[in-house]
Design a protein around this ligand. Structure first.
Ligand SMILES: Nc1ncnc2c1ncn2[C@@H]1O[C@H](COP(=O)(O)OP(=O)(O)O)[C@@H](O)[C@H]1O
Ligand SMILES: O=C(COP(=O)(O)O)[C@@H](O)CO
Length: 588
């Protein structure tokens, strides 16, 4: 149970503020996360890590000499936004490029990928690496789909130590890929975590049972067994991890490995030591030499009761990097040389102020006002359903869909109002709302809603006549944009299952001559049905995929929220018969 919080939606920001205040020796807060207090030496590759909050010490606690140069920190269990990542990377980079590192989760992959493209366009050479150590989350044949759990630490550390030793960006990437390929983890859990403000844990296991193959977001395990003794738990974990040796490691015997026994949040250190005692013996019996083991909390999931075992199979290169010194708030090893002349406190960054809006016609400004009003209604609709969306997402996902959508829609409505007050046209209102939604929400749906609003804005423009045809084209482009960015298709059990039929129906109705409000009504009906139908699908993308069968009978959270939103938008359109974009006479 997370007991101490103020506003749950502000939990991650407030935790980061307190963390930075408590660790000034190591870190400096920047917009979107933290960077080292000791600036990156000129010419050194910067390793910037990141992910959602709720996993401390991942990710902010791993920033310091010998480890990460910066961490982008998202909302609870949600990826940081591309904009946050970019700001942190810009503050950390020192002329030799940036490697962005994160666990392999849909939201992280989308946002870090976008950030890399923007940084490259800014002239900062940038590469990405998603850690994939969790062997329970996909088969060896589909290793690229595996999640990143406690293996984040040794992979981050190898890359950062190589950067510290002067490797260039290509070399740091090679080392990171090599460390990732040689890292394997497996975990078990006795109870799920309870998110700030939530009543119930994300999953429960019956008394005397445990989940096998845990995730770090309170995802239930992939199987269930009776709770073992500490020794039996050690036997299970060691057996699983030794069963899949990486390429280049012929046999366990004679191998050397970095070993991490990780507590997920509420398994006590003494319990971990009891388990580790047997882990160490079993590995010794298997002929594995343990190098610098770690027993403790390194990647957590709030108060989840769970434990995972990670092995990174070392060669000479990886061993030197694993044993190299590091000095961060949560992870220290050996002694690092600390520069004497630390910079004075860096002044807080000025917030960008209000950027002037591009020219717009009066007609487009009227539509901009309608868009802002619609976004306010979207925000209110999401507020009213936030708890329900979180509950649906918790069935097979991480329970954060309500919070993420709330943060995104609130920020979008606010940005739209500011843009309208500055005299913006429809495109600019939607573009500002798109950036605000993606930036504030993070997570998979934050990136995708950013794409949706931007595509509709592009179609409406700031000076063109806002016709029903343009709206329909914008929605069609949004549908294509979401599929292109997220890679999901109809049938994968995502919001795409609703967006595609909605866009297709809207385009068909408008092409057949219907006025926008009537066409939207018919399309929203199709969206509601498509959202309900996702209950019968097995997820093939995103957080729910490893728990496919658990989600049968429950609709997809992102599909449901999209259907709610398009219905709410119809409510606004229906009250504005005079608005330029909604009258049948304005079809062309
Ligand atoms: N690849 C994808 N393409 C389109 N939609 C996706 C994809 N992956 C997940 N989603 C949608 O995102 C929703 C979850 O959004 P969010 O709560 O932000 O996710 P997460 O916490 O997993 O980042 C899912 O219910 C699904 O509709
Ligand atoms: O939760 C995380 C990001 O995953 P999403 O795909 O955005 O849900 C993060 O904690 C793991 O790095």
């Amino acid at each position: 149970m997370t007991r101490l919080f103020n506003d749950p939606a502000a939990f991650a920001d407030e935790a980061l503020e307190g963390f930075a205040a408590a660790h000034r020796r190591w870190v400096r807060p920047v917009t979107g996360g933290v960077v080292r207090a000791v600036p990156t030496p000129r010419g050194q590759v910067a390793v910037v890590v990141g992910g959602g909050s709720g996993h401390y010490p991942a990710f902010s606690g791993l920033v310091g000499q010998g480890l990460a140069h910066g961490a982008a920190v998202g909302n609870v269990f949600a990826s940081p936004s591309a904009q946050q990542i970019r700001t942190v990377a810009r503050a950390a980079e020192a002329g030799a490029g940036v490697l962005l590192m994160y666990g392999n989760y849909a939201g992280d992959v989308l946002h870090f990928g976008q950030a890399a493209r923007r940084l490259t366009a800014d002239g900062v050479p940038t590469r990405t690496l998603a850690v994939t150590d969790d062997i329970s989350s996909a088969t060896a044949e589909e290793a690229a789909k595996r999640r990143g759990i406690a293996g984040d630490l040794p992979v981050f550390k190898a890359a950062a130590a190589a950067a510290e030793q002067g490797a260039d960006l290509e070399e740091v990437v090679r080392v990171a890929e090599h460390a990732n390929a040689r890292t394997r983890s497996f975990g078990i859990a006795f109870s799920g975590c309870t998110l700030p403000g939530a009543e119930d844990p994300l999953f429960t296991v019956d008394e005397g049972r445990m989940a096998v193959g845990l995730g770090i977001h309170g995802e239930p395990g992939i199987g269930e067994e009776a709770v073992p003794s500490a020794d039996e738990a050690a036997e299970l974990l060691v057996g699983k991890v030794l069963a899949e040796l990486p390429e280049g490691v012929e046999r366990a015997s004679g191998g050397r490995a970095a070993v991490i026994l990780n507590g997920l949040g509420s398994v006590k250190y003494e319990e971990l030591f009891v388990v580790y005692r047997r882990v160490a013996r079993l590995l010794a019996e298997a002929g594995v030499e343990i190098v610098d083991p770690e027993v403790g909390e390194l990647v957590t999931s709030f108060d989840m009761a769970g434990v995972s075992l990670t092995l990174t199979w070392l060669d000479d290169e990886l061993e030197a990097l694993w044993t190299a010194p590091a000095d961060t708030p949560a992870y220290r090893k050996g002694s690092v040389e600390r520069p004497q002349d630390l910079p004075d406190e860096v002044p807080a960054e000025a917030d960008g102020g209000t950027e002037a809006v591009p020219e717009a016609t009066e007609e487009s400004r009227v539509t901009g006002r309608l868009v802002a009003e619609t976004l306010t209604t979207v925000r209110d609709t999401i507020d009213a359903h936030a708890e329900e969306l979180g509950r649906i997402d918790a069935v097979a996902g991480d329970g954060d869909h309500g919070i993420g959508m709330q943060r995104g829609s609130t920020a979008a409505a606010e940005a739209a109002e500011h843009a309208v007050a500055a005299g913006a046209g429809a495109a600019t209102v939607l573009h500002r709302a798109s950036d605000a939604w993606a930036d504030r929400a993070g997570g998979t749906s934050g990136a995708l809603w950013g794409v949706i609003l931007r595509a509709i804005g592009d179609a409406l423009g700031d000076s063109e006549r806002p016709t029903a045809d343009r709206v329909a084209r914008g929605v069609t482009d949004a549908s294509a944009g979401v599929r292109s960015l997220g890679g999901a298709e109809v049938g994968d059990k995502t919001m795409v299952d609703v967006l595609v039929p909605f866009a297709d129906m809207l385009a068909a109705e408008v092409a057949a001559g219907a006025a926008l409000t009537a066409a939207w009504d018919t399309a929203a009906e199709a969206a509601a049905k498509a959202a309900r139908d996702t209950a019968d699908l097995l997820p093939r993308m995103g957080r729910a995929r490893p728990h496919a069968e658990k989600s049968l009978g429950t609709p997809d959270a992102g599909a449901h929220s999209l259907a709610l939103i398009v219905r709410a938008v119809h409510g606004v359109l229906g009250t504005r018969k005079q608005a330029p974009a909604v009258g049948g006479a304005d079809r062309k």
